[in-house]
Design a protein around this ligand. Structure first.
Ligand SMILES: [Ca+2]
Ligand SMILES: [Ca+2]
Length: 495
């Protein structure tokens, strides 16, 4: 009878057959034993319980260790080689929570071992990186990236924030207490976060003060920076109207487009409007200006007209200013044969044939005022303007070609009897003033259907009562151009 002792950690089997031999005799017997030589494996994973993410200011994080054999003593370390223990506990199930002892600022590689019957598993190696963050005094503004200064005509802006703790997530707000939805957030890289904002709502403000806080630096701090939005030079801001399909504010040319050789157009008072272009070429003149520029779309046209219709100074004696459009056989006492000779305060009114003045009859005033005080010239009259029927689809879209009124009619006639209105190819928000009695007798213009489908609006210098801010013709096709037809560009800051 004798006792054999084995060092379990040096056995390579879990079920072993042992032969016992003596040097002076034959085999004495065999013995089989099970389970006595189990190799101890380390736990397989570590996850954060509290806090839920790293980096964090919490210096005693609680972690969950999984893949444990019940009964094993689990030891937690803050280094990948398991030399600096920060906690331990005995497992009763296959998972176990351990709260670490105090961790210093910095990056820690959490690792574990299992221990049973005097035998330890190998070290797991790093299973979780935990960053205990230091608290910077404040996050600071870095620099403007796009635009390169603190003002511009885009509503999506980009800038940097510095002083972040490691890779913490930095968020920016426009509220002084960092309440509400952030306008942008990003993970810092080496302490600097590059923030790209969502589309700022330029309809509610033109100046945005910037505040920030981080996932580690949770104190809201003032970046002492503000961004000021403005439309491009020569463009005015138009409040969006979601019921008409313009959910965001946009900018529109204050004047009909003027040539800007060789391939663009500009919005300036001097010179005659650019005419005799196909609708597609007109759009190209706009898009050539740069990104976010386009030919005006019908929802945008309607947003301008509906807005100006609600401004009382655009009316006198129940009539809205119709502009440079007089024609004696269409309701006026004189006729124009050309566009207005100039565009400034000395030519605000059409006062006689091809003649203008600084004062005159309200119906012949060339400007409309928007609810935000902005002024737009010649939306009605001077030259017709090509209008892209669809705002959301790229390129030029035609309007309906199913309208039965291929002649001049009042808007009420379209509503009562035109086939394109009754079959919903044309709806009220596409063309109607806010009240149905707003017609050509009140300066609003008229409607003309047709088979071409390309929309032109506003009427021209010799249109008489057929001209008006709401005037709409579907007769032209993509092949048409005329000296009565120009166009106007928009700038969409949110794109
Ligand atoms: Ca016009
Ligand atoms: Ca379009």
């Amino acid at each position: 009878m004798f006792i054999l002792r084995f060092d379990n950690s040096k056995l390579l089997c879990k079920i072993c057959t042992l032969s016992i031999l003596a040097s002076s005799c034959n085999q004495m017997g065999t013995a089989t034993f099970e389970g006595a030589a189990i190799m101890v494996e380390p736990p397989v994973s570590i996850s954060l319980v509290s806090p839920v993410s790293s980096p964090s200011l919490d210096d005693t994080p609680t972690v969950r260790i999984s893949g444990i054999t019940p009964g094993h003593l689990v030891k937690l370390y803050k280094d990948a080689s398991c030399s600096q223990q920060i906690g331990e506990a005995t497992a009763t199930g296959s998972t176990l929570n351990i709260t670490a002892s105090s961790l210093a600022d910095g990056t820690h590689q959490l690792a574990v071992t299992s221990f049973v019957d005097g035998t330890s598993s190998p070290c797991s190696g790093s299973l979780l990186e935990y960053v205990k963050g230091a608290v910077p005094a404040t996050l600071s503004f870095g620099s403007w990236i796009s635009p390169a200064t603190n003002s511009g005509n885009v509503s999506i802006i980009q800038f940097s924030v510095t002083g972040a703790s490691g890779t913490e997530n930095v968020s920016v707000y426009t509220t002084a207490d960092c309440s509400g939805t952030s306008i942008g957030s990003a993970a810092a890289v080496a302490g600097t976060a590059t923030i790209t904002s969502s589309a700022l709502k330029i309809g509610t403000a033109t100046e945005f003060n910037l505040y920030t806080k981080g996932s580690v630096t949770t104190t809201c701090s003032n970046l002492n920076q503000k961004y000021t939005f403005s439309c491009p030079s020569g463009y005015i801001r138009v409040p969006g109207n979601s019921s008409l399909g313009t959910t965001e504010d946009f900018c529109v040319m204050m004047y009909e487009a003027k040539d800007d050789s060789p391939n663009k157009v500009k919005s300036v008072p001097a010179g005659n409007p650019l005419v005799n272009l196909l609708v597609a070429d007109s759009q190209s003149k706009c898009t050539n200006i740069g990104t976010r520029y386009d030919l005006i779309s019908n929802p945008e046209w309607m947003t301008i007209t509906r807005n100006s219709e609600a401004v009382s100074s655009n009316f006198q004696s129940g009539k809205i200013a119709r502009g440079w459009a007089a024609r004696s056989d269409y309701g006026d006492t004189w006729s124009n044969t050309a566009v207005a000779p100039s565009t400034d305060s000395n030519c605000l009114y059409n006062t006689a044939g091809d003649t203008c003045g600084s004062s005159g009859v309200h119906l012949y005033r060339r400007t409309l005022t928007l609810s935000n005080g902005e002024i737009i010239w010649d939306l009605s009259g001077n030259v017709y303007e090509w209008v892209d029927w669809n705002l959301t689809l790229d390129g030029i879209q035609a309007g309906p070609t199913t309208c039965s009124d291929a002649t001049w009619v009042q808007f009420a006639t379209v509503v009562s009897s035109d086939s394109c209105y009754s079959n919903n190819d044309l709806t009220g928000k596409d063309f109607l003033p806010s009240t149905l009695n707003a017609d050509s007798t009140k300066g609003f213009g008229r409607f003309f259907g047709g088979s071409g489908g390309i929309a032109k609006r506003g009427g021209a210098f010799d249109g008489g009562y057929y001209s008006g801010a709401y005037t709409l013709i579907f007769e032209p096709g993509t092949w048409d151009y005329d000296h009565h037809v120009g166009f106007r560009c928009v700038y969409r800051p949110y794109k």
